[in-house]
Design a protein around this ligand. Sequence first.
Ligand code: NAG
Ligand code: NAG
Ligand code: NAG
Ligand code: NAG
Length: 424
Amino acid sequence: MLTWSFTLKTACAVEKMSLLALLLVSALAAASGQHIRDVCSSSPLRQLECRRPGLDAWDSLAQTPLGASHSAPPPWTFQGSCVTPENVTESYCVYSSRGFADGRGISILTTPERAEIIRRLPAFVEAGALSRVNTDASPPYEERELPGRGRGLIANKTLHRGDQIFAHTPILIVDEEAWQDAETKQWIEMQKAAVNGLPPASKEQFWELFGQPGEDPVSSRVDTNAFSIDINETTHSAVLPEIARLNHDCRPNAGYFFDPQTLTHYVHAVTDISPGTEITITYIDPHMPRRHRLARLSQTWGFNCSCSLCSMHPSLTQASDARLHQMHALEERLQDWETASPEIALAFVSLYEQERLYASISDAYRFAALTFCAEGQRWSAIKYARLAIEIGMLNDGFLDEDVKQMMKLAKEPEKESCWLKRVM
Ligand SMILES: *[C@@H]1O[C@H](CO)[C@@H](O)[C@H](O)[C@H]1NC(C)=O
Ligand SMILES: *[C@@H]1O[C@H](CO)[C@@H](O)[C@H](O)[C@H]1NC(C)=O
Ligand SMILES: *[C@@H]1O[C@H](CO)[C@@H](O)[C@H](O)[C@H]1NC(C)=O
Ligand SMILES: *[C@@H]1O[C@H](CO)[C@@H](O)[C@H](O)[C@H]1NC(C)=O
């Protein structure tokens, strides 16, 4: 089950800041109210201030130039060298596959072991696994300049809840542990090699990304645009140029998840979206009270949140914060759903709706389904299980464990362990 802070993924950005914010999602889960230092130690954020002071370890690394003697197994072509930092048993190499995803290509900076796991994923070995992804012909949005907000994506047709907006494979994946072990100079070289291993069209997309002026052009593009993803229980940063164009909102109308089997990052509408409306996702935990959201955004990205939620009248802000506070309390109570009444869960659902937290509302639906199941109320359990499945699939993944649990419950609640738990 997701922890509280994990369920909440938002910030109030305005300018085209960067998806770095997304990386915070996992970091925030660990530590609301912590400082950037802590964020740095627990996330692949690679802002300058996050960088470890250059260890000299990499100056004396055992560099293994990869020539003909190191043949990579298909589909890889090695780029550059492998490096083994001092006192670290792992080496890191750059693996590129130009043919991946019908010629979109991919470069991965990781250990030989993890590269081996990755090349056996359905994304690489299953015919048709990527047949529905990376298709951008006639998208449901236009990119436009937005006054005071930089560029953004505006829906140009009606999108319904559940409509797919993006499904893309990363062009670059970087192992977080490599970053933690690496010295800056070496790190930059390896990332450069990774970009150079891409086919021309993807390389061009990479260079079109926004990077901080005055910093290393490759690193700053990765830093500014990477999403945090998990592959085989290891955190990686993934560069997805198309999705990097989405702006942030504290109350977004789209949700996203990464499917590690197909290496595909999906973005779907979680509410109906009218033509002319900007499509947004959340960069940070949206369940934080306003003060914390503002602090987080300004500390981490140096900008002032000005989305509608951040800029409303102080009285209304207080009401919103009071709701968020109560949601925390109810969520805690509902962890013990076997003894909690469905009324508590329904109040929780209602608070989610009032707060317009539509991307993560599946957590509230799930608790409602479980409490009704525990009371033996078949049809209410089924109703909320179905609602949880619908949104959970869009924001947590088609094969998410909670989604799977709700699928069973929606079919035959009497057969689930929650059935009549409260009564007994
Ligand atoms: C590697 O380990 C040795 C022995 O423990 C130590 O002296 C050296 O400083 C370490 N090097 C780095 C870069 O940590
Ligand atoms: C929306 O804009 C895209 C360009 O981003 C275009 O390809 C598509 O045809 C447009 N759709 C509609 C319905 O106008
Ligand atoms: C991770 O990789 C190992 C080694 O290949 C494999 O046994 C394991 O099932 C993988 N775990 C996941 C969650 O994919
Ligand atoms: C944010 O707001 C504060 C206080 O109003 C101001 O001092 C600061 O310059 C603003 N920062 C930006 C990036 O606009």
